[in-house]
Design a protein around this ligand. Structure first.
Ligand code: C5P
Length: 218
C-alpha cells in the first residue's frame, strides 16, 4: 500500500524515534521526525539571538528560516537554510527551549504546512506529538507510544552516555507538561490510536507490534 501513513505520537523519551525508524525500515517506507523540525527552528532562534520566551518575537520569526527534512529512515537529516543541523539540535540548550517554542501557534502553523507537504503521497512513518490528532488524522495506523517515567529516564540517560537519571527525568517530564498543556495541538491520544506501552517491551517487540498493525490496515 504505497499511500500508507503510520502516525507515532507519544511522550518524550518513549522510544518514538528508534521505533518509527525501525518500522519504516522494515516496511520500506519513508520516515519523518517532526520533533527535529521544531528543534531546528529552536536552534535557529537561539543562533539569531531571539529570546525564545518572547512569544511575539518567536511568532514574527517563524517564517524566516528555510527548512528541509531528509526522509531516509537509516539516515534522517534536517537542514536549515541549507545547513545540516542533525547533530546540533540534540544539544541541551535546544532541548530546554524547544517546548516553549513549539507552543507558539505561528511556529506550529508554519511547520504544519511543511509536514503535510512531506507526508503528501504517503508511504511514510511520521513521529511527533500531534500527528494522529491534527497533522494527519486520516493516517491508516495511529499509535500512542508511552512508557513509565523511570524507564524513559533510564533509557534516555544511557543513550546520552550520562549517569544523572533524575535530571534527565525532570527534563522529560517538564517537556511533557508543556507539550500536553499548550492550547494549540497539545500532546494527546488521538481518536482511533492504539496505545502501546513500551515499559516492558524490547525495541524489536514494539516494532513488531506496529508492523502487525500496519499489516492489518492493508
Ligand atoms: O520528538 P522530540 O522530543 O525531538 O520533540 C522535541 C519537541 O518538539 C517536543 O518536546 C515538542 O515540544 C515539540 N514537538 C511538537 N509537535 C510535534 C513534534 C515535536 O510540539 N509533532
Amino acid at each position: 500500500q504505497p499511500s500508507l501513513v503510520v502516525a507515532v505520537d507519544g511522550t518524550s523519551g518513549s522510544g518514538k524515534s528508534s521505533t518509527s525508524r525501525g518500522v519504516a525500515d522494515r516496511l520500506g517506507l519513508r520516515y519523518l521526525d517532526t520533533g527535529a523540525m521544531f528543534r531546528a527552528i529552536t536552534w535557529w532562534l537561539l543562533r539569531e539571538g531571539i529570546d525564545v520566551r518572547d512569544v511575539a518575537a518567536v511568532a514574527a520569526a517563524a517564517d524566516r528560516p528555510r527548512l528541509a527534512s531528509g526522509t531516509d529512515p537509516l539516515e534522517p537529516t534536517i537542514t536549515i537554510d541549507g545547513v545540516d543541523v542533525s547533530v546540533e539540535i540534540r544539544g541541551e540548550e535546544v532541548t530546554a527551549a524547544v517546548s516553549p517554542v513549539s507552543a507558539v501557534p505561528e511556529v506550529r502553523a508554519r511547520l504544519l504546512d511543511l509536514q503535510r507537504e512531506v507526508i503528501g503521497a504517503g508511504g511514510i512513518v511520521v513521529e511527533g506529538r500531534d500527528i494522529g490528532s491534527v497533522v494527519w488524522p486520516q493516517a491508516e495506523v495511529k499509535v500512542y507510544l508511552s512508557a513509565d517515567p523511570d524507564a524513559r529516564a533510564i533509557r534516555r540517560t544511557a543513550e546520552q552516555g550520562g549517569t544523572d537519571v533524575a535530571t534527565t527525568q525532570q527534563s522529560l517530564l517538564e517537556r511533557d507538561r508543556i507539550d500536553s498543556g499548550r492550547a494549540t495541538a497539545p500532546l494527546t491520544m488521538a481518536d482511533g490510536a492504539v496505545h502501546v506501552d513500551s515499559t516492558h517491551l524490547t525495541l524489536d517487540e514494539v516494532i513488531e507490534t506496529i508492523v502487525a498493525l500496519a499489516a492489518q490496515a492493508r
